[in-house]
Design a protein around this ligand. Structure first.
Ligand code: AR6
Length: 179
């Protein structure tokens, strides 16, 4: 599904964040040490190769809500933004920290003149944030930040499961109707 908001095309797809060659930058749902791990982080490090690990080492650790940028090495993109999402029920205030991830990622994109960015559903895997709650934070954050962005033209939400895609599409429909 896709909508346009403040001249930015917003899309949702079911897929793997490491296989999105049409995007300038993809976002990693990282850990504080920016090390490989499970989920998105594991897949991104596996696909990008050892150089990503070396590039990340000097930027770690990061705190919940923060984001840093590296080259993408063997991934089919130019850059990777690494965000640390909140652990649900532990890091608080969780919605603000999750919103910071999206705000800081968009800001890094702008600063580097990048036009297209892909997000996984940050914090909704191992970190336990219910996707139905997280998606509301995501769209609220877009609404707050997109009026100030100039370079970004496309945002793609890459959801691993059919169920998550449906949750995003429902929220995006609601959001489009309300704006
Ligand atoms: N492409 C797109 N989405 C994916 C992929 C993929 N290749 N793999 C998993 N997902 P998670 P978190 C989905 O756990 O909750 C790591 O071990 C997944 O189904 O990757 O922020 C790090 O090292 C879920 O919907 O991120 C951290 O310690 C969503 O992406 C910790 O997990 C996020 O799942 C971060 O946990």
């Amino acid at each position: 599904m896709e909508i346009v908001l403040h001249s930015v095309k917003i899309e949702t797809v079911q897929g793997d964040i490491t296989r999105q060659p049409d995007l300038d930058v993809v976002v990693n749902a990282a850990n504080a040490q920016l090390a490989p791990g499970g989920g998105v982080a594991g897949a991104i490090h596996q696909a990008a190769g050892r150089e990503l690990y070396e590039a990340c080492k000097i930027l770690a650790p990061i705190k919940p809500g923060e984001a840093v940028i590296t080259k993408a090495f063997q991934l089919p993109n130019q850059f990777v933004v690494h965000c640390l999402g909140p652990v649900y029920g532990k890091d608080s205030p969780e919605a603000e920290l999750l919103a910071s991830c999206y705000r800081n990622s968009l800001q890094l994109c702008e600063e580097n003149g990048l036009k297209s960015i892909g997000f996984p559903a940050i914090s909704t895997g191992i970190f336990g944030y219910p996707v139905r709650e997280a998606v509301k934070v995501v769209f609220r954050s877009l609404a707050e930040n997109l009026s100030e962005t100039e370079k970004i033209k496309r945002i793609k939400f890459v959801l691993f499961s059919r169920e998550d895609l449906e949750v995003y599409d429902r929220e995006m429909t609601r959001y489009a109707e309300a704006t």
